[in-house]
Design a protein around this ligand. Structure first.
Ligand code: PLP
Length: 373
C-alpha cells in the first residue's frame, strides 16, 4: 500500500488505460458547457466483493457498459447505494476534493443499513485518487465548475432468492459539472408533500440508497404538476415536522442583520445526514452566526414567514451547494413566499463562504480539502 501525505494508506488499484480516449477537442467542447451528469470521463474504477475473497480485483479501466445477468439481484430487490462528491481545480493547478472521508464513512453506513459489504475507506479514497489522477484533464477550471464523482455499489449475485447477496460490485464514475445555476442563483419553489413520505422511523432515510430516490419520484411529479421545482418532505408520523427537500437538506434563517440565526432540522434517523449541512453548521459558527439543530413545523414556517420572523430559507447539498427557497405550496396549508424575492443576504454569505473554502479562495482552516494531485 502507498501512503499519502496525510498518512492514509490507499488500496492498490491496477491501472489499464483506455486505448480510445475522447479527443482533446471533443473534451474541450464538453468542458465548455458540461451541464450536470450528462458526460462521463474516459475511465471508471471498479472492485468486486465475494464472501470468500472479500474486496479484490480493484482496477481502473475504460468507461463502458456493464454486462449483467437478467437475474442479478440488485435489479430486482434494490441493494444499491451511492455517494456524490466533487473535485475542484484550484488556481495553482492542483486538484482537491472536499471532505472525502465523510463520504467514505457515509457509504459504509449506507452499506450496513442495506446489509451490503462495507467498502474500506482506503479503497474508497484510493479509487477517487486513481480516477481523478488518470482523468485529471477532465477536471474543468472556472467559476463553480468541478468534476462530480459518483461512487456506487450494487449487489451482483445471480438469482431471485431474497437475502443479502454473496457478491457486490463497487464502481466509481466521474462527470464534469458546470455551474448549477448558469444564469445566476434563482430561488426554487417547493411543494410540501402531505400525502407521500420519503422516510419513516426504522426505514432507510439515513442511507443514500437508490430506493429512496425511486420512492420520491411520484411526489416530485406531483410538485411539478403544481408548478413547483422541488418537494419538501415531512415526518412520517405527524406529517408536521419539516425534514428535507428533494436530495438536499434545509436551513431556515430567523431574524436579520447581526441578530440573524440559523435553524436546520435535527437528524432524527429519517433525514439524510448531508456533508454540506454539517459543514454549514461550522461555517456559520466561523462567521459568528448562531446555528442550531431543532424542529420546525409547517405552521412555524408559514407563520414565521407571515410575521417576518423567518427571513430566508435555503436548501444545501453537494450538487448545488446552496439553493434559496422562494415560494412554498401545500395541499393542506396554502401557499406563501419566503422573505424578499431573490437570494437573501445570509444565504448568499454562507454560499460564498463555503464555495471560497472549496475552491481555495479562502483558507481551509478545518482541513477539509484533500489534495489529489
Ligand atoms: C445526498 C443527499 C443530501 C445532501 O448531502 P450532501 O452530503 O450535502 O451532498 C441531502 N438529502 C438527500 C436525500 C441526499 O440524498
Amino acid at each position: 500500500m502507498t501512503m499519502t501525505e496525510t498518512g492514509t494508506s490507499l488500496w492498490p488499484i491496477e491501472v489499464s488505460p483506455t486505448e480510445s480516449p475522447v479527443s482533446a477537442e471533443q473534451r474541450a467542447a464538453i468542458l465548455a458547457d458540461p451541464g450536470f451528469g450528462r458526460s462521463f470521463t474516459d475511465h471508471l474504477v471498479r472492485a468486486t466483493w465475494t464472501v470468500d475473497a472479500g474486496w479484490h480485483d480493484a482496477r481502473l479501466e475504460a468507461y463502458g457498459p456493464l454486462m449483467l445477468d437478467p437475474a442479478t439481484n440488485s435489479l430486482h430487490y434494490g441493494q444499491a447505494i451511492f455517494e456524490g462528491l466533487k473535485a475542484y481545480r484550484h488556481a495553482d493547478g492542483s486538484i482537491k476534493t472536499f471532505r472525502p472521508m465523510q463520504n467514505a464513512e457515509r457509504f459504509a453506513n449506507s452499506a450496513r443499513r442495506l446489509a451490503m459489504a462495507e467498502l474500506p475507506s482506503e479503497l474508497f479514497l484510493g479509487s477517487i485518487e486513481a480516477l481523478v489522477r488518470q482523468d485529471r484533464d477532465w477536471v474543468p477550471s472556472g467559476q463553480e465548475k468541478s468534476l462530480y464523482l459518483r461512487p456506487f455499489m450494487i449487489s451482483t449475485e445471480v438469482g431471485l432468492g431474497v437475502r443479502p447477496a454473496n457478491r457486490y460490485e463497487y464502481l466509481l464514475i466521474a462527470s464534469p459539472a458546470g455551474a448549477y445555476f448558469p444564469r445566476g442563483l434563482m430561488p426554487v419553489s417547493v411543494w410540501i408533500s402531505d400525502d407521500y413520505v420519503r422516510a419513516a422511523p426504522g426505514g432507510t432515510g439515513e442511507a443514500k440508497c437508490a430506493g429512496n430516490y425511486a420512492a420520491s419520484l411520484v411526489a416530485q411529479a406531483e410538485a411539478a404538476a403544481h408548478g413547483c421545482d422541488q418537494v419538501v418532505w415531512l415526518d412520517a408520523i405527524e406529517r408536521r415536522w419539516i425534514e428535507e427537500m428533494g436530495g438536499m437538506n434545509l436551513y431556515f434563517v430567523l431574524g436579520s442583520g447581526d441578530g440573524a440565526r440559523l435553524l436546520t432540522p435535527q437528524l432524527t434517523g429519517t433525514l439524510l445526514p448531508g456533508i454540506t449541512r454539517s459543514s454549514l453548521l461550522q461555517v456559520a459558527s466561523d462567521l459568528g452566526i448562531r446555528a442550531e439543530e431543532g424542529r420546525i413545523s409547517v405552521d412555524d414556517w408559514r407563520e414565521g414567514c407571515a410575521n417576518g420572523e423567518i427571513t430566508e430559507t435555503f436548501a444545501c447539498g453537494t450538487a448545488a451547494v446552496i439553493t434559496p427557497v422562494g415560494e412554498v405550496k401545500s395541499r393542506t396549508s396554502g401557499a406563501w413566499s419566503v422573505g424578499a424575492s431573490g437570494t437573501g443576504p445570509v444565504t448568499a454569505r454562507l454560499r460564498q463562504a463555503l464555495l471560497d473554502i472549496q475552491t481555495g479562495a479562502a483558507p481551509d482552516t478545518h482541513n477539509w480539502l484533500h489534495t489529489i494531485c
